[in-house]
Write a protein of this length. Structure first.
Lengths: 345, 345
DNA sequence: CTGAAAGCGCTTACAG
DNA sequence: CTGAAAGCGCTTACAG
């Protein structure tokens, strides 16, 4: 059984009160007593009972993270960023995975509320189009910060990238290298990211006198941005058109699926079709051709998200109000093989 | 502020005791009272204060996981397996990352002990060669289950694969396709997995009348199985030998680095050198050539690990003793492009 | 069937 | 400088 304060106090013939204060360096305890208590605590390897502390202080030093998918280059980087910052501040991180399902996400948020985590970091599931569960948590004064997959209508801090601009740049890059008919693999319908990337794509076309054609936009039935989706959409596109010469694809993993399918179909990337992906998955550097993409700073997003949450947890503890902030992280267009056309005419 | 039992009791003019028992369906509470209490609890969205419950019951319904690296195909699959099983049993999962460092790992285990998690799942850091921190946790009756990267000398349950057999099969596959001089990228020195895979490699050679040559074994200075390591070792090997025709590589990610380097050097994979990796990272299917590898069941390992830990947590709660078990999960050799030599002579 | 009481292990306002 | 007391919110053995 772990050692308790009471036992320390008894061995030293002092009160529990004094023992407690000594360990916390209260000013009104004599140096001698402090030294005695600290020495014994160390000797016995005393660890305060976390539950008792939490029950008194109302702080759990634990935060919850709800994420659509753990096995995912971007999100696993975010997790790493969160954990690394949390550790510096002495916080523990509970990870929950929603599997892109609204029901799971809702259930998990309730679990975290019940477990009294000090705050919640959440990236929405693709299936989420009702935000009451999150609003409810916020109403109950639980600090909540959304990252990457956010809902604009929820009033809380958000850590994001500018998907519209990034998609615009990705599409513009295709235009710059001479693509005349540019398709878009849009991914699932609901998430704000997909919407914004689509808007960026459309806007880039319109700004460069290229007509936007809805039939060039390929959706994803399955609800997640998968390798298979890329294959299926590429095959479909190959059937539908023979003059598409560029594609802006929602996510690198989907782009990899597309490239695989195109290679099987004998379509040369980038000479027949140039491709720009999104997110800069590690894989994109090692596949042939390497994939031009938008670098999305997952690790930094994790760090920033935790730090914002931490600020709000602290503020709330002292009764201060923090105005929700939206922090936009920088992205970068990385030009690689999938858009380096060999000049040959 | 969250609603408490006391408030419910007051509104209903009953005692806290009765309210508590009603919610937990004690037999000695009248059906009427039960109904009243439950109805009000539901109406007020009552959630028992987790800390108070934990303080009384000594259970936190939370486990901790210490893992070397989150951004990692294999480990992120393990995490997913753990989370999915934990969820079924109502457990929350705290994830900590050791960054392959012994000091971090030790610190994190202490954190988890202090936080009173109900049990710990751990995969050792490459840098860990002292196991006192783990033995200490076990001595304090904390259920601990090791997975994948284990220490044989620690007496606890272990969920593993048979690295020796798997490596043997991988190497034998190279022999079967006609390789005459087979090198090995061994990875870091300490971990049992690296040792066992090396043993399997060596044994396969010896069983097939091929002389084991230590100069064909390439270590990893850096301590982790990285893409760069693969590149560096491949370049070195290319300088050292011109007649190596097969390599068994510790991890797929390293194999991908090696393939990249060989391609730059004009070495044809698999015709000049055939390669077998380890772990079946998703990437290995999409790179050219695709990589023959050992499929390592990460998701199942996560599930099995949690379930074993759960068993031990329950047993301990009821004062039973559970004999530590070592569960070995099946692996499979997957033959792909990197070992499909084009016959041409 | 109901409830007063003790207690989990700590913190902190208060008295001396 | 020290300590008795109250209390965080719950559970459970015990009495009635």
């Amino acid at each position: 059984m772990p050692i308790t304060l009471k036992e320390i106090a008894e061995k030293l013939n002092i009160s529990v009160t004094t023992a407690s204060k000594a360990l916390k360096d209260y000013a009104d305890v004599s140096p001698k007593t402090k030294a005695k208590v600290k020495a014994l605590a160390k000797e016995l390897n005393y660890q305060p009972n976390a539950f008792a502390v939490h029950l008194r202080t109302k702080e759990s030093k634990t935060i919850g993270v709800i994420i659509p998918e753990v096995v995912h280059h971007f999100f696993s980087n975010v997790i790493r960023g969160i954990i690394s910052e949390a550790e510096k501040k002495g916080y523990l991180v509970i990870i929950l995975q929603s599997n892109e399902s609204y029901d799971m996400e809702k259930k998990q948020l309730e679990l975290l509320m019940k477990q009294q985590v000090d705050g919640v970091l959440i990236s929405l599931a693709n299936g989420t189009n009702n935000f009451d569960h999150i609003k409810k948590a916020i109403q109950q004064n639980k600090p909540v910060v959304m990252f990457d997959k956010i809902a604009k209508v929820v009033n809380c801090s958000k850590i994001i990238i500018n998907d519209i601009d990034a998609a615009y740049n990705a599409t513009k890059h295709l235009i710059d290298i001479g693509c005349k008919k540019i398709a878009h693999f849009r991914g699932p319908l609901l998430p704000q990211n997909s919407i914004d990337r689509f808007i960026g794509y459309k806007r880039a076309l319109e700004d460069h006198d290229m007509k936007y054609d809805p039939s060039l936009v390929y959706l994803c039935e399955c609800g997640d941005n998968s390798f298979e989706e890329g294959k299926i959409n590429a095959q479909q596109l190959h059937q539908d058109f023979n003059d598409v010469d560029g594609i802006f694809i929602n996510t690198d993993l989907v782009a990899i699926g597309a490239i695989t399918a195109f290679q099987e179909l004998g379509v040369n990337i980038p000479n027949d079709i140039a491709i720009v992906g999104f997110s800069n998955w590690f894989m994109s550097t090692v596949i042939t051709p390497s994939i031009s993409t938008i670098d999305q700073p997952g690790y930094a997003m994790g760090q920033t998200s935790f730090n914002q949450l931490y600020k709000e947890i602290k503020a709330q503890k002292y009764g201060d109000y923090v105005e929700p902030e939206t922090i936009t992280l920088k992205t970068e267009l990385l030009k690689r093989g999938s858009t380096q056309k060999t000049i040959c005419n």
